[in-house]
Design a protein around this ligand. Structure first.
Ligand SMILES: [Zn+2]
Ligand SMILES: [Zn+2]
Length: 254
């Protein structure tokens, strides 16, 4: 198997599949239940993540999507069961908000040793019809495990986090990570981002599992991000075009 992906065990039936060599440092998560497995996001799409997933489980796999940005849906075409939030369904049917050329530019922003099988000229943004749409509060059942859908718009209109209450896991997508939190482009909404942080702040979270960058991330970062948004809001800066603000562990770009 290609060494593009790294796999780490979170616990006996949860894995993180990462693309550490790329500047985006993406993380997808494989959760194995007693009946099905769920793959949260499918990565950049420069290498087939399904081969890695098939190596880890023989269960039927459903792909659930934190949001439909290109770096989270890259290998969706390799799976036959895809779930997304309805607000981003059209992005998969000819209305993706970024031109392919811009996506390719982002993909190759920093020097990177891509897999030998990858050819930039063949790269496509996933388009297709999802098998399932999920909404706020929906429960995704894996048999003995349950994931709660938490609609957390702001970074994108249909962004969702997935919360596994029993283990205290929050799969936080692009809402929470150690890096630059983006709410500066047209399809973002800084006020909604702030409200979404407030929404997850009340959950009993033992572990944050982000979609990018450092995996060592303390749940207390949520309070810090909340306070940062609050201070920007208090200064009437929580609107697009305000700029880039640094808070040590994370930045907010609005
Ligand atoms: Zn994103
Ligand atoms: Zn992302």
């Amino acid at each position: 198997m290609s060494d593009w992906f790294t796999v780490e065990k979170i616990d006996s039936d949860t894995f993180v599949i990462s693309e550490e060599q790329h500047w985006e440092e993406t993380h997808c998560y494989l959760l194995c239940g007693s009946q099905i497995a769920v793959l949260i996001d499918s990565g950049l799409g420069v290498e087939n993540i399904k081969a890695v997933v098939d190596h880890l489980t023989q269960l039927p796999v459903r792909v659930v999507t934190t949001h439909c940005h290109w770096d989270h849906i890259g290998s969706h075409h390799c799976f036959n069961y895809i779930a997304v939030h309805p607000l981003e369904k059209e992005w998969l049917s000819g209305h993706f908000p970024l031109p392919l050329e811009v996506v390719k530019k982002n993909l190759t922003l920093s020097p990177c040793c891509f897999p030998a099988s990858f050819h930039l000229e063949d790269y496509q943004i996933f388009q297709g019809i999802p098998q399932q749409l999920f909404c706020d509060h929906d429960i995704i059942c894996l048999g003995n495990r349950q994931l709660q859908v938490i609609h957390t718009p702001g970074h994108s209109p249909g962004h969702c986090c997935f919360y596994e209450a029993k283990r205290g896991y929050l799969f936080s997508g692009d809402l929470i990570y150690k890096g630059c939190l983006d709410a500066f482009y047209p399809t973002t909404n800084p006020q909604q981002f702030y409200q979404s942080i407030e929404k997850v702040k009340h959950l009993n979270i033992k572990k944050i599992l982000p979609a990018h960058h450092d995996l060592q991330i303390a749940p207390s970062i949520i309070t810090n991000i909340y306070q940062a948004f609050k201070s920007l809001d208090d200064q009437h800066l929580l609107k697009q075009g305000s700029g880039l603000f640094d808070f040590d562990d994370f930045q907010i770009h609005i």
